[in-house]
Design a protein around this ligand. Structure first.
Ligand code: ADQ
Length: 466
């Protein structure tokens, strides 16, 4: 069996399961093949030729490099989170194209390629993750790397016309075409990629997800990511999960609890969600003294300016809802700007009658799946899910909403609050089956299985100078 080499911007310790599903799943394959995990150390240090730090975590080798301030700012804050994140989430208005970040992005990918190549063994299979590292395969190939390399994009891929707004989009997509296998979260994202390479690069469709493009063959497909259902069910049944559940049930015994758990990010549609909740209170007075929305938003990328704007907007909306509708003994919104310990999330989900997962755009959204798995099948809560989350392709029995439509979303929340038990059970059962079948192990196995089947190519490498 080939050794697996995973590359991602940041690493997690594969011995600590608290890191969550993705780290657990990757750790499992890395452990079983005695693999290597490579990425940024998370540290800033002077210099342009950093040393590789090697650390052994059980059978897995962790290899990291530090970045200097200038590279970090251009690669991470600038291009990855100031250009790719907004555009891939359809927010051209928030992208900062003019700052010349692309050179730093490329420099760091070249640095990673240079530092990773000497660590590789001939039979290794490489799995690169996410938008920070799109050009990595091309940079590796430029140094002579002939390994099989797969790439998974955790965020959405927008339609060709939006992608084409990025100066250098042709360079980026050529970078994508240097992989042997490309994995997307949804069929919609996969289709966008196919349409782009057909229209812009005259790709030849070889059938079954195979393409001839830029003088090489590649495979592409949708591999929707799942959660570790067993791990999450075990967390739900564990002491901390149960205690949290009981506490919430006691505390809110007279109320109907709604829950939102997100990173504080403009893609998550938090102000739109608050407006829909406000509309619910306005349209349905019977929700007064009854509905309570607990919104947890973990701090995220606070050094990017669009994030402080969203923070202030959200705080002001929550304040005005509580100010206008609250009573001495009822606050409609409880908003917390912090991360909740993973062990407590299942109890919170299970005690909630409704989950509001209403991103404006999301690659998948794992909170939706976690909520489903944490429910009591005999008395499950209802998932209100944005049609613009990747998860909507799979969780069709959720109440699907358009988060831009305030009244429509408020109506769906009211339906969710009033849904009869039979209907809640039927919808939940179908979604639980889907989460179980397409869990994180299915995701790992199906991606790596497809990657193992691709033909490693000896022929030329598509590369375009910047
Ligand atoms: P994220 O945008 O981070 O991930 P998501 O899929 O929801 O979004 O995953 C977040 C994870 O962090 C979940 O496990 C959740 O429980 C946890 N989390 C979020 N907020 C939290 C809080 N306040 N406190 C504690 N835990 C919190 C990116 C893409 C997604 C894609 C994933 C995986 O943007 O679309 O689903 O990668 O591919």
């Amino acid at each position: 069996m080939s050794r697996l080499v995973v590359v991602s911007n940041r690493l997690a310790d594969p011995r600590k399961t608290a890191a969550g599903g993705l780290a657990v799943a990757l750790a499992e394959v890395l452990n079983s093949t005695g693999g290597l995990w490579f990425g940024w150390s998370g540290k800033i240090a002077e210099g342009t030729d950093p040393q590789v730090h090697i650390q052994q975590a059980g059978p897995v080798k962790l290899a990291t490099v530090d970045l200097n301030q200038e590279d970090h700012d251009a690669y991470y804050l600038g291009y990855s989170n100031g250009v790719l994140w907004p555009v891939f989430h359809y927010r051209l208005d928030l992208a900062d194209f003019d700052a010349g970040y692309i050179a730093g992005y490329r420099r760091v990918n070249q640095l990673f390629a240079r530092k990773l190549l000497p660590l590789l063994q001939p039979d290794d299979i490489l799995w690169i993750h996410d938008y920070h590292l799109i050009p990595l395969a091309a940079e590796l190939r430029a140094l002579g790397c002939k390994h099989r390399i797969g790439f998974f994009l955790h965020i959405p891929l927008p339609p060709p016309l939006i992608l084409a707004a990025i100066p250098g989009h042709d360079w980026l997509v050529k970078g994508l075409c240097s992989y042997d296998l490309l994995g997307f979260q949804s069929q919609a994202d996969h289709e966008h990629f196919c349409r782009y390479i057909q229209a812009e690069a005259h790709a030849q469709d070889l059938g079954e997800g195979r393409w001839r493009v830029f003088n090489r063959t590649l495979q592409a497909g949708a591999f929707p990511i799942g959660i570790d259902v067993q791990e999450f069910a075990a967390l739900t049944a564990a002491t901390e999960g149960r205690e949290m559940y009981e506490r919430m049930k006691r505390e809110y015994s007279r109320r109907k609890l709604l829950v939102g758990v997100d990173r504080l990010d403009y893609s998550k549609g938090l102000p739109q969600r608050m407006r829909a909740f406000r509309e619910l209170l306005k349209q349905h007075p019977e929700t007064h003294n009854s509905a309570v929305l607990i919104q947890i938003a973990s701090p995220s990328r606070e050094d990017v300016s669009a994030y402080s704007d969203i923070l202030h907007e959200l705080e002001s909306l929550c304040g005005s809802i509580n100010g206008n509708y609250g009573e001495l003994d009822w606050m409609p919104v409880r908003y917390m700007h912090r991360t909740v310990a993973r062990a407590r999330l299942p109890g919170l989900y299970r005690a909630s009658r409704v989950a509001l997962v209403t991103p404006l755009r999301d690659g998948m959204n794992l909170v939706a799946k976690e909520f489903v798995v944490a429910q009591d099948p005999e008395d499950p809560g209802v998932l209100v899910l944005s049609r613009f989350a990747g998860a909507a392709e799979q969780l069709k029995e959720a109440l699907l909403v358009n988060p831009y439509d305030t009244e429509g979303t408020a109506g769906a929340i009211q339906l969710a609050l009033q849904m009869p038990l039979e209907e809640r059970r039927a919808r939940h059962q179908a979604m639980l089956e889907n989460c179980r079948r397409y869990d994180v192990h299915w995701w790992c196995d199906s991606f790596l299985g497809a990657l193992a089947k691709t033909q490693a190519e000896e022929t030329g490498t598509p590369w375009l100078r910047l």
